[in-house]
Design a protein around this ligand. Sequence first.
Ligand SMILES: C[S@@+](CC[C@H](N)C(=O)[O-])C[C@H]1O[C@@H](n2cnc3c(N)ncnc32)[C@H](O)[C@@H]1O
Length: 314
Amino acid sequence: MGAVLKSFTIEPLVEILAWGQNVLKEFDTLTFEVLNPDSAHGIYAGESITIEGKNYLYRGYKAWSDLGEILFCRMLTPKVLSDHTVQISYKKLDLSDSFHHSGAKEEKYGTQSKFSALHKNEEPAFLSPYLRALQSAKVGEKKRILNLGINTGDEFDLIRQILPHEEYLNLELVGIDHSQTAIAYARERFSEGNASFYVHDINDLASLELGKFDLIISIGTLQSPGIDFKLLFMQLVQEYLTREGAIILGFPNCRWMGGEMIYGAKAPNYPYSEMTLLYKDVYYCKKYLQQKKFRVTLTGKDYIFLTGTSIRKD
Ligand SMILES: C[S@@+](CC[C@H](N)C(=O)[O-])C[C@H]1O[C@@H](n2cnc3c(N)ncnc32)[C@H](O)[C@@H]1O
């Protein structure tokens, strides 16, 4: 359906938000005219600014992009409308276009799923804290690395990209996932001889007799249905980490819909993102690791990264 054009100058954001929510009930796009964000630099959203006798409340592109995300829209390329104004347009996301709605089990995240279209390392809000976590864990100094819920191997791929090739080849990488198609793809993708992959249920690690690891990574997996989160986590720390080992856990705080990574995970019993479960699990891991003498940091936004590095001395 068609766009609606309206001009905003000094209206507060609460008014613009309510207008947008209302229009989007009926239309798929939202279009409005505002002060050109390039009109000023270094001033905050909501600061008053007067240009050629006309008053405006300033907002930058980040504010407009955030508003689009909150309205479950994609922001389109702005158009210059006049000397001092631009047109902001949003297009509604197709919220049904998401792997979250898939009912499949082992192959919910397989190569034929919508999930396989995601490239998380290409999202700055994922890449930056994951890189930092790898650096804090001193990934280049680790020998054996285990990844639980490896899928097609994007997390190993970034390690391969950031380390000098020789250093990368000295690593021994082990990836586990119950999706056959994802693991088949990962095996082809990492054919240098230093990686092995298992199609296996991570509730039953014992039967694989994997030994210990210097770094364990698991992103978006330990909170999956069918996994006893706390039990598995304690098992990993007690039985699968070397004394100097490190652990990186990524907790999703977003949804992937209609081509976008949208901040905020869907919570049971709430029509909006609510984070009690996330904080509870993250904090449980942090406390547990601290008791076991790990230094623990929490970073990230759309994915919360917990990085634990051993400071055990005895
Ligand atoms: C949300 S995806 C995350 C994949 C990858 N770490 C990423 O962030 O792109 C969760 C992965 O864990 C796998 N998985 C879930 N439960 C599992 C289980 N019990 N045993 C093995 N793999 C499991 C899924 O097949 C899927 O590849």
